[in-house]
Design a protein around this ligand. Structure first.
Ligand SMILES: NCc1[nH]cc(CCC(=O)O)c1CC(=O)O
Length: 319
């Protein structure tokens, strides 16, 4: 080991047992073994409430926080040192003593259209059934394609694909990143443009949570931090936080770094029934990404996002 190597020789990673979570955890475990030869990496796997309650709409049973809470307990109890999350499932606030210590390089942030018969959303006939349980996807599809029918679709990626294949849906919408991680690249018929479906805040990026005071673990993980993705995702999260949006709400947020050093951040807030979707965007210095996120949120709240969010039970704090 190099002189600057941290003083731990074992790292335990808390993970859910779903195939996507396991893939993401194994990915981080491999990166750590590559960066730190000799380091022992152990997985502490568990099934969370979110994995067990697969038939209820997530918004009704407590949102996506369900997927991370049990992992966080393992970190707080000292049963594990880090947890690997899809950034879009990470709540905006952390329990005392825990924090996000790294955002990794993000890949495809877009939503993907999967169907056995049709090429794209636009090609679907009136009355076709589209599967998604995301209010964000639902509001955007309904506003552009009011002739389509949206039907709830939950479960892990494999079971969602199986439900499509047995004919329960004409098409389903999933995150492209998750499909690619699970080897379903060839089943993506189209990627939705940000105009059709603005992605979820943090979509496609992985994050690592750990105890705030664990300097040795922070040092082990630091080389995995990806600066550009961190800038993007923190701007998106600042936007979401100012809207007081948890995860399972009709909010999209998508930042892109531009060659001139600016960050272009687009936002969407909509009614789930598609009768009203607000979109706005802001561009400014990437170094001010979080301020851009807050500014965009405030503009959209003033333009009526506050009323839409109140309809779904979310109240943004006054400015
Ligand atoms: N909602 C669950 C979830 N969390 C992360 C991903 C995909 C991978 C990612 O966005 O990083 C998915 C599946 C999906 O939305 O289709």
């Amino acid at each position: 080991m190099t002189p600057t190597a941290p003083s731990v020789d074992l790292i335990r990673i808390a993970t859910r047992e779903s195939p996507l979570a396991m893939w993401q955890t194994e990915f981080v475990a491999d990166e750590l073994r590559r960066l730190h030869p000799g380091l022992r990496v152990e997985l502490v796997s568990m099934t969370t409430k979110g994995d067990q309650l697969l038939d209820s709409p997530l918004a009704k049973i407590g949102g996506k926080g369900l997927f991370v809470k049990e992992l966080e307990l393992a970190l707080m109890d000292g049963r594990a040192d880090i947890a690997v999350h899809s950034m879009k499932d990470v709540p905006m606030r952390f329990p005392d003593g825990l924090e996000l210590i790294a955002i990794l390089e993000g890949h495809d942030p877009r939503d993907a259209f999967v169907s056995n018969e049709y090429e794209s959303l636009a090609a679907l006939p009136a009355g076709a059934v589209v599967g998604t349980s995301s209010l964000r996807r639902e509001t955007q599809i309904r506003s552009r394609y009011p002739q389509l029918e949206i039907k709830m679709l939950r479960g892990n990626i494999q079971s969602r694909m199986a439900k499509l294949d047995r004919g329960d849906y004409d098409a389903i919408i999933l995150a492209a990143a998750g499909l690619k991680r699970m080897g379903y690249d060839a089943r993506i018929r189209a990627e939705l443009s940000p105009e059709e479906s603005l992605p979820s805040v943090g979509q496609g990026a992985l994050g690592i949570e750990a105890r705030s005071d664990d300097a040795a673990i922070h040092a082990l993980i630091a080389p995995l931090i990806h600066a550009a993705t961190t800038t993007r995702v923190l701007a998106e999260r600042a936007f979401n936080t100012r809207l007081n949006g948890g995860c399972q709400v009709p909010i999209g947020g998508y930042a892109m770094l531009q060659d001139d050093g600016n960050l272009w951040l687009r936002g969407m807030v909509g009614r789930p029934d598609g009768t009203l979707t607000l979109r706005d965007e802001i561009t400014g210095a990437a170094t001010e990404g979080e301020a851009l996120g807050v500014a965009l949120a405030e503009r959209m709240l003033a333009a009526g996002a506050d009323k839409i969010l109140a309809e779904v039970g979310i109240h943004a704090d006054p400015a």
